[in-house]
Ligand binder design. Sequence first.
Ligand code: PHE
Ligand code: ZN
Length: 867
Amino acid sequence: MSDGHRSVRRTDYQPPAFLIERVELHFDLDPKATIVRSRLAVRRNPAHADRAAPLRLDGEALTLLRAALDGEEISGNRAIEQDGALVISGVPDAGVVEIENRIAPDANTELSGLYVSRGNYFTQCEAEGFRRITYFPDRPDVMARFTTTITADRAHCPVLLCNGNLAATEDLGGGRHRATWDDPHPKPSYLFALVAGDLVAVRDRFTTRSGRPVALAIWVRRGDEDACGHAMQSLKKAMAWDEAVFGFEYDLEQFNIAAVADFNMGAMENKGLNVFNSKYVLARPETATDADYQAIESVIAHEYFHNWTGNRITCRDWFQLSLKEGLTVFRDQQFTMDQGSAAVKRLRDVRRLRAAQFPEDDGPLAHPVRPDSYIAIDNFYTPTVYEKGAEVVRMMHTLIGPAGFRRGMDLYVARHDNQAVTIEDFVRALSDGSGVDLSRFLDWYAQAGTPELTAEDSYDAVARRYTLTLRQRTKPTPGEAEKRPLPIPVAMGLIGPDGRDIAARMLLLNDAEQRFEFAEVPAPPTPSLLRGFSAPVKLKGVARDRLRFLAAHDADPFVRWDSGYQYATGIMLDMIGAHQRGETLALDAGLEGAMAATLAGADADPAFAAEALSLPSEAFIADQMDTIDVDAIHAVREFLRGALGRRLVAALRAAYARLSDGGPYRIDGASIGRRALRNASLGYLAAAGAEGVALARRQFDGATNMTDVQAALEVLAATDTADREAALRAFHGRWRADGLVLDKWFAIQATSARTQAVEDVRGLYRHPDFDLRNPNRVRALVGAFASANQVRFHAASGAGYRFLADAIIALDPMNGQAAARLTNPFAAWRRHDAGRAALMREQMQRILGVAGLSRFTFEKVTTVLGA
Ligand code: PHE
Ligand code: ZN
């Protein structure tokens, strides 16, 4: 306990004293005073040790109006309040508790619990938001059957939605009406949802493979109906894929998705009623980029997939979060890989893991996929729990194969349907189902840090024998000095001098060091390691000539891409050293050759080529350095972009011209790939000089889709030209009323590398369209600046740090979860030079000095500052 914030430890888990068999909820909706009545059928839990334990009903920010047990008012000291919870003693083995309480959804700026967004009601209950609606054992291992009645004004709230199936509707006269929803599936309170207001539905149908019809609806604000087509298509594809690959059928008569403009996260898998940040639902070609379309497809799929992995089988406690999130991310990644280019999807997912999760594992926020303790679980919806968790599932999938994995998942469901379980239960089911003992993979859940993998090899020409020695090592992380070796599947091949595979194998590195022998190898081979990125590790020390060979020849597209990426990284790190010594920079011939070859062969797979052309990000390079030098990183990367643009100008021009098909906008993989390659070419041409800027201006004026408009505006926003101001003004004028598009306007300026970026973002913070209460807007301006504009956020003056701290301090009292998430860019503070580190520490201390700081921000900042 510190500063009044208690921490929860995984090993302290206790089963609940009471189970809830049924819940009947009644809502009388009013923005200032909503009345919630609940009737709980409670039963003592035989699994709880203390037979006299009181009934604990969590609560937060509630006004209690009445509490009764078996029809009698609870009075005196039978019920006490403890940190907002209602603790009732003397409850019999079975009984009925009635509660009446009041909440004010209009005043709820935390966006957790029941809140109003632009006149409509929404809920967000994961992880602990249900206790902000009514008193309840708000923990995932209490699964109950819910029936919910919603009463509201028909004029304000013609639409009344909840989990499950619609059971009844009733007109109450006097302009009031009521709907009753029944959810037949037991669920934890975090999956409860209610949506009410003036929304319209886009409808469709799906028939499950056993023939049951499902009514699908996406609920949006009037005027957005035309922007739901892609989300609906994605949903139907996801439903069909889950049946085909896992045999998972949908289990209710209706499936509803509601879009909301104010939302802390991406989306939420509430049973039968997913609630989505509108960013992951709405798309029109002129308002959404290709990346937005792709994100919608995967988030829709992700939330849908939770219906089985998360909802039917849920987490025993919040430490098991990756049980549902890692597994469901793995499933949505597999789904997307099956929809189009598996290779491009895989390398993008790896890029994302390296950009967000590897740095987390390297810094003060490092934690195991299954954390050991927390103050606010909301702070653990992290790339480690999600993306690294997905990689751990993927490793097991790789080892046991799709058929073994399917048998494991079948067994998981057979054993645990309608239960709240642990990660051990999951790994045991996969092991028993596949017949392969995977228990050692539990160490991947338990140990923080990213293993480093190195290889040493030798070839005996006489014996025709090749020997490969693999070693692993994990650096210490906070609180964990000693690291154990982990089981690392290394998918690999041996490539002959002619560029063809001699052998392909799956190695399992179990120890710190292990030797693998290959017989009958006719010529000295080049090893291709970690094909498909078979484990979330850092492969180090591959020689440059080998990287170039692999980048040109490997049969595995991931290794081909990654070798080019690692090669470029090595070159850039060398150049950074040269820059720091004051030497002049020169373009490496190998890099130029590789980029030229990529451009020449680009038409075979434009999407892949676009990825191969994009240099490692500044943040990725930073993560490779012991002491981060943001200015040198930026100077080197910009130098390279300019030099490559000039040297390859003819090929870039040709690609740009060839790919301008002028045909109708299509959102398929091939079209997306062409746009990506064309815009990558535009970026290089603009880095090379004025010609590219003029092209960008022309593209900005003529483009009819947001992908091309945004790419052009990004180029212009980084310049100091009159075109910049004109384009930004035009964009704002056209899209002022569309919040999601206006977010792009903020983000593009926030991530522009021009030198006055800090003043720009300060100005934008005061812009009438900036709104601290809208998380998307905050992410677009403050989040984008601090996390995606490395060189300007880390301005030596400290102005970027002050700006971020000001924003966190202003936001924390309104929305602590969102404020806490903004603190991440400070996490690497110790890896910067002493001056910057001191300035960052000063700002973090200023944040900690604020009276009444939320537990969310308190936990993040104290963890980042360290002991
Ligand atoms: N469970 C959500 C998901 O699918 C994320 C989320 C967490 C949303 C907490 C809201 C609050 O990943
Ligand atoms: Zn999820």
